[in-house]
Design a protein around this ligand. Sequence first.
Ligand SMILES: [Zn+2]
Length: 274
Amino acid sequence: MLHFAVAGVPHSTPAPGGTVEGLLRAKKLKINAMEIEWVQNVPKNPDRMAEIRETAEELGITLTVHAPYFVNLNSPDSAKLAASKRRILDTLSMAELCGATSVCVHAAFNLGQESNKVYDNVRHATADIMKHKSSLFPRVNLAYETMGKQTQFGTLEEALKISKEFGNYPCVDFAHLHARENGALNSAKEWETMIDLYQKVLGKKALKRMHIHYSGIEYSAKGERKHLPLQKSDAKWQDFLKVLKKRKIEGVVVCESPLLEKDTLLLQQYFQNL
Ligand SMILES: [Zn+2]
């Protein structure tokens, strides 16, 4: 099954909003997945997590989580590095409590260093995080995201390699890669090649539990500028959905359009009619 997730609480959620209200609203809209956006900070209240888990289970909603933006696993500053690892661990632990399947993380900035060096630093930090897997997040996947700027760690190859090394799977943000490559990677042929690589590194079964991000995107020579509504962008989203269908991809496609539920439903309805 491929689920289409709204990226956060739907715009049309009645006040005062919040994740639980957002889940109820998503269900009314016939959306069966949500990515919880802990991008500014991570809540720490286990009772609240239990409430989210119970609500999502009752409604049959699949959950993923987005970790805070303030992370750099390539930071030369030991306090910043420790804080980054702590934020990721906090996110994974709370995701475990609320029943989310996967947590996406913007792993690192390259800081002008060679990619091998950055990879090594990210790998060391990841090893420290993964030491806590069995005690803190046994059922949650740590998904490093493919990133939209060349200054960030996260080509498809990097995200796949580090995931493979630790038994995880990445968050493939196809919009970010389209922006990172300056407008390339926006055709059926290119998406199929990317899926072939994904399958080659992680195995065919991995196509049955993917964590995908998609939206329209504005970009310059330096890569990503901002996310856009699907119909106000150059995204060939219908062709993209046809490839997901053809390759029998399962898991979650998080729609990161600023229109939230409107574009999530656009994707979902088009996909269901294929
Ligand atoms: Zn992201």
